[in-house]
Design a binder for this molecule. Structure first.
Ligand code: M6R
Length: 617
């Protein structure tokens, strides 16, 4: 939520504004309610900000060009305090003479008290934001200290909540000072130039050399130096890392949307997540997790915590993890977990799943679990993100950058990573043959996804014809149930259509009343090899809703002819063992949502009211 960029370059003719605007374009997925920039220029601060997407800011700057500068900051906003207006857009200026500019990602929880204090001192506010309070406090602290880093140190110690702050001052050209608590910040290390960003996408076009910033740290960059201190002033050091993907991977590359591109990238996302995980004897090796196998072998309960799509990947994985390990596995929404007084001890493994690694609800749940003594493992797609760093161990998905707000390739990569974890736990319990068999089946999944993606024309046609549909239902059972939930979420978030997913067995307990003639219903049919006759039970469900007029869109395995008489459309997926089927059955639902939103003329990558990375509670 909110993208922030900071830059210090070699000279005033340098491409400061260009670098910042390019960074904002790459971070726009984090929030697109408004955008703004501020530069240190000869006679003070020059700034521009505009409500709406980055294009509005670009037009504003074209109409009113900004002077050259070595030093600047930029922001793309997801509104929290105050609506998406020009005035509420960041940067916010501070001081009587507006010689300081500040941007912010997060929420300052005690802003009301601080604002009242400043109002009493005669400060006139120009926005409704919590951020302007920080700008005014910082300007006052600077007036006392004449040092932007010390001033930042004073201010952060007065703030409560979550924040990444970036500030520049007209008296200190060539310097950007940043601070972070519970919000993301990374440093980009250039040659004669340095960068700050919410994530590495901000500077990936310029350097792959990066540095992590820990919680409660203040960073000061100049063009040649980077210094880090704690909020208490103690010296600190950032941890360097190399970014493993390049700028081209964060481009659309000729696709109509990032979402369309990312759906097609799933064979690679899954294959890369599975890559190099076994030794020559076929045994799983998850050294990357840096977790003590003895402690892991003692685990007697697993709790998966996540939000949104990541939550559904956890729900999907639960079936396999319990089946392979016989360890009870609960899946909780991260924002509920903290408040349900969870029963946890040192033998509980709490697995968080997060694409961004920055979701505040998930981060807080991880901290809570750790405080209660659990072993915490983060499944994450973003190197250097806060959640893996706040966890005892990390297992990375290798899906590459996911830019579209709607998560697709991260979802299937998360399931693959959860399966690796489940199999590893099974291996620790001596289930070597299960591990070998499933790993062989998993290795075939990327090829099957590729094959399936090549046969999505009919799904696209159906989506196109259904552009005016007002409601779609999704049914699934067993591992198909979370897939139904995820299919519905995709449609809600990008096509703004009322969509609901149900467990097929629940139908007769209420939801069947929703069925009326013409109601489209997707049904994720379990593989005929699923135990307990679940396949036949779902086929009966299809008949029940068809009898009441539903239009049945049936996702079924190749060769499963039993569904044909009751299906208005049959969408075929390759055969697989039942527990691996979700990696295939979700594909048509992703394509359907993407195509339907495109047919409605919507912005598929940046749906209304949403942001990619939800860094506020
Ligand atoms: O970065 P995370 O995986 O922690 O994000 C969690 C959810 O906010 C995210 O999956 C969200 O539901 C997606 N927009 C769904 O497509």
């Amino acid at each position: 939520m909110c993208g922030i960029v900071g830059y210090v370059g070699p000279d005033a003719k340098s491409r400061t504004l260009e670098v910042i605007m390019e960074g904002l374009a790459r971070l726009e997925y984090r929030g697109y309610d408004s955008a703004g920039v501020a530069l240190v220029v000869t006679d003070g601060i020059a700034s521009a900000k505009k409500a709406g997407k980055l294009a509005n800011l670009r037009a504003e700057i074209e109409a009113h060009p900004l002077p050259g500068s070595t030093t600047g900051i930029g922001h793309t906003r997801w509104a929290t305090h105050g609506g998406p207006t020009d005035d509420n857009a960041h940067p916010h200026l501070g001081g009587d003479d507006d010689r300081l500019a500040l941007i912010h990602n997060g929420i300052i929880e005690n802003f009301h008290v601080l604002r009242t204090e400043l109002l009493d001192q005669g400060v006139v506010f120009r926005s409704e934001t919590d951020t302007e309070v920080a700008a005014q406090l910082l300007a006052r602290a600077y007036a006392d200290t004449n040092d932007l880093t010390s001033a930042m140190q004073q201010v952060v110690n007065r703030l409560e909540g979550a924040f990444t702050l970036l500030a520049i001052h007209a008296d200190t050209p060539g310097q950007v000072v940043a601070a972070r608590r519970n919000s993301p910040l990374v440093i980009g290390l250039g040659d004669g130039e340095n960068f700050l960003g919410s994530d590495v996408a901000a500077f990936i076009g310029h350097t792959k050399s990066a540095m992590e910033v820990d919680q409660d740290q203040i960073v000061t960059i100049t063009k040649d130096t980077v210094s880090v201190i704690g909020f208490d002033g103690s010296p600190a050091e950032g941890k360097r890392f190399e970014v493993t993907w390049d700028a081209a991977q964060a481009e659309k590359g000729g696709h109509s949307s990032f979402m369309a591109k990312e759906i097609l990238e799933q064979p690679h996302a899954i294959a890369d997540t599975l890559l190099g995980r076994t030794d020559e004897a076929g045994r799983l090796v998850l050294d990357e997790m840096r977790i003590d196998p003895v402690r892991l072998a003692e685990v007697n309960k697993i709790i998966i915590i996540a939000c949104g799509t990541a939550f559904y990947s956890g729900l999907t994985a639960k079936y396999a993890i319990e089946h392979w390990t016989r360890i009870p596995c609960a899946v909780e929404l991260a924002h509920e977990f903290r408040y349900c007084d969870p029963v946890i001890d040192a033998q509980t493994l709490v697995v968080s799943i997060s694409q961004s690694g920055e979701t505040m609800d998930t981060l807080m749940a991880v901290k809570h679990a750790r405080a209660l003594g659990a072993l915490t493992l983060s499944i994450c797609n973003t190197h250097g993100a806060t959640i893996p760093r706040e966890s005892d161990a990390a297992l990375y998905t290798h899906a590459g950058p996911e830019i579209a707000v709607a998560s697709t390739k991260a979802f299937t990569a998360q399931i693959a990573a959860c399966y690796l974890l489940g199999l590893y736990l099974a291996q620790l319990r001596g289930e070597d043959s299960t591990v070998r068999t499933v790993m062989q089946e998993l290795a075939q999944i990327p090829g099957k996804v590729e094959h399936l993606l090549g046969r999505m024309d009919r799904v696209r046609e159906i989506a196109h014809f259904m552009a005016d549909t007002r409601s779609v239902l999704f049914l699934g059972r067993h591992v198909g149930y979370p897939i139904a939930l995820e299919g519905a979420l995709k449609l809600k978030e990008i096509a703004y259509i009322h969509a609901e997913g149900f467990a097929a067995g629940e139908l007769k307990h209420g939801p069947i009343a929703l069925i009326e003639p013409g109601q489209p219903v997707f049904i994720v049919v379990p593989s005929p090899h699923t135990p307990y006759h679940l396949h036949d039970k779902v086929v009966s469900n299809i008949q029940e809703i068809r009898a009441r007029g539903a239009r049945t869109l049936v996702i079924a395995e190749e060769g499963d002819e039993t569904v044909v008489p009751f299906a208005d459309e049959v969408i075929r997926v390759p055969q697989s063992s039942p527990l691996l089927a979700p990696l295939l059955t979700i594909i048509p639902l992703q394509v359907f949502a993407c195509q339907l939103a495109t047919a409605k003329g919507l912005d598929v990558d940046q749906p209304r009211n949403l942001a990619k990375s939800v860094t506020v509670e």
